[in-house]
Ligand binder design. Structure first.
Ligand SMILES: [Zn+2]
Length: 230
């Protein structure tokens, strides 16, 4: 009983520490993304699908399928079907960097991408099944299952943050290279947009890392909170 409470308190403190260190100001990021000057510069660039095609060609990975769905808010790369889904990006200049980000995912180590897909599902399944057994009072030792959950979480965290950080860190440079090669904007205009990418990245890289950490720790807290009740 006391051990469970200590685990919950430490987990909450861990979340608060990470959030404090890696704070992302969403309002500020939204303001940058809506910057009309930057958006006007980026408007002159081709359609999302065309940008995506050009970047994939640049990365020598043209086998990726591209699909656009303006009703969706999410832009993602699906490793299992080797497909990039482009959502509604509200004509923000950030669309260039977001597309580049997904294209970068598509050239990551295939073995790791597939592992990440299968593992994240198994990890979730472990959490759901142990939680159900816990509620049914069928778990012999909650501490043991919490330890296993933590170990599984670390593996998930290591792979997932690597994949995201790799794509996020490279995206800014590849997007800049793409803009220079397109010869649509002046040097100054490109520099302004790249500064915007930098500011967005500054917040998003911290925010994404914090988010993945919070997601795993919430599971630990939830599992132990339920162990207290049941
Ligand atoms: Zn990503």
């Amino acid at each position: 009983m006391e051990l469970i409470i200590i685990i919950i308190v430490i987990s909450i403190l861990a979340i608060l520490t990470v959030l404090l260190m890696m704070k992302m100001n969403i309002k500020e990021l939204e303001k940058i993304a809506l910057d009309s000057e930057l958006n006007e510069i980026a408007e002159k660039y081709p359609s999302n699908i065309e940008i995506c095609r050009t970047i994939l060609k640049k990365l020598k990975n043209e086998k990726v399928e591209i699909e656009e769905n303006s009703k969706s808010e999410a832009t993602i790369y699906i490793a299992i079907s080797n497909k990039i889904l482009i959502g509604n990006m509200h004509n923000s200049f950030t669309r260039i960097q977001t597309i580049v980000h997904e294209c970068l995912h598509s050239i990551q180590d295939r073995k790791m991408l597939i592992f990440n897909f299968i593992y994240s599902n198994l990890y979730l399944l472990y959490f759901v099944i142990t939680t159900i057994f816990l509620i049914l009072n069928k778990l012999p030792n909650e501490m043991f299952f919490t330890c296993i959950l933590l170990i599984l979480s670390f593996v998930y965290y290591a792979i997932r943050t690597f994949l995201e950080n790799d794509a996020m860190i490279k995206a800014e440079y590849l997007a800049k290279e793409y803009m220079i090669e397109q010869k649509i904007s002046s040097k100054e205009e490109i520099e302004k947009v790249v500064q915007g990418f930098k500011k967005i990245n500054d917040g998003c890289i911290k925010g994404t890392n914090a988010q993945i950490f919070v997601n795993i720790m919430i599971k630990v807290i939830l599992f132990n909170a339920l162990a207290l009740i049941f």
